[in-house]
Write a protein that binds this ligand. Sequence first.
Ligand SMILES: Nc1ncnc2c1ncn2[C@@H]1O[C@H](COP(=O)(O)OP(=O)(O)O)[C@@H](O)[C@H]1O
Ligand SMILES: N[C@@H](CCC(=O)OP(=O)(O)O)C(=O)O
Length: 373
Amino acid sequence: MDDAVRSLSETRATIATARSVVVKIGSSALTSMESGIDLRALNALADAIEARMRAGSDVVVVSSGAVGAGIAPLGLTKRPRDLATKQAAASVGQLALAHAWGTSFARYGRTVGQVLLTADDIARRTQHRNAQSTLDRLRALGAVAIVNENDTVATTELRFGDNDRLAAMVAHLVGADALVLLSDVDGLYDGDPRKGGATLISEVTSPEDLDGVVAGSGGALGTGGMASKLSAARLAADSGVPVLLAAATDAADALTGAGVGTAFAARPTRMSARKFWVRHAADTRGGLHLDAGAVRAVVDRRRSLLPAGITGVDGRFYGGDVVSLFGPDGSPVARGVVAYDSTELGEMLGRSTVELPSELQRPVVHADDLVRL
Ligand SMILES: Nc1ncnc2c1ncn2[C@@H]1O[C@H](COP(=O)(O)OP(=O)(O)O)[C@@H](O)[C@H]1O
Ligand SMILES: N[C@@H](CCC(=O)OP(=O)(O)O)C(=O)O
């Protein structure tokens, strides 16, 4: 480890030396309303990413900017608000964006592959695994994956909502050691920096560091603003991936030394892929209502859920689906993979395991498939 890395905090040193990195670039840093893609900015980003790859890291790029890149070519003057025009702009812009990344990395003889994902792809376990294999294979072949949401097919319900969240999901999907969010702002401030008087926060190590922080909306081209970056940083950190939020114009510094921007510490142990999927990615198909004893067993004592503590079943689901678990007051306390169909559970409710036939004696939700909220 060189001296520069040694003098950084542990979180920054981890990001600076991470073997596998997801780099997310926001629309505001890559595109403008008047002229679409900013090729100079994109080339500078590709330079910084290529340098990091040559230093031995694998990099996956999550690139926003499809809608932003489609505005000028379609003769529009502002970011569209309605879904159909946004999707039309994205279809024009994504083509230009992927082409621009391809041309830029070609300067180094590096190939790029386009990976467009919807939230549904991450929520369904087989698609999730397929996306994982594609990203792994691209990496193994030395190509850079350029990931974006599949905007032209993602409907309101199936959207990630913002690419910060998508990037945090991808970081977990590829087992990244660090996530770098590059934007038009040089880090997290305690208030909206556009309003003046705000102070840069250099490091976030616990939720208390965010007390009093006002995360405002984004620019004219950005989607989620600072609130979505904070929630993505929390999601990544919660799953064991440290995050650096920095300005895209500082990409070279962010990717070589990690000495700029705001660093978010990760929790020490990485959540298993299965638990991450249950907690953050999977759609829930129904719910189980628990009595107070079952909530104590599942939440406090980390036990499996047995039929005796279940008082009600919501919705129709099948064994293997993810369901929500609710406490006696109706608030969600956990999520987990259910072992039985909703129709089977009806007769099992409230009964102790020994009273049930042997084929119904497995826990309803096994402790290994259960995440507390
Ligand atoms: N507390 C805050 N700290 C930093 N930036 C903030 C804050 N609140 C609001 N912002 C604004 O969030 C913007 C970045 O969000 P956004 O436009 O969605 O970026 P991107 O396109 O990179 O995803 C910045 O331009 C900044 O003005
Ligand atoms: N998928 C959209 C990006 C949406 C988005 O999250 O944008 P941003 O807040 O700039 O990261 C696009 O490419 O335009």
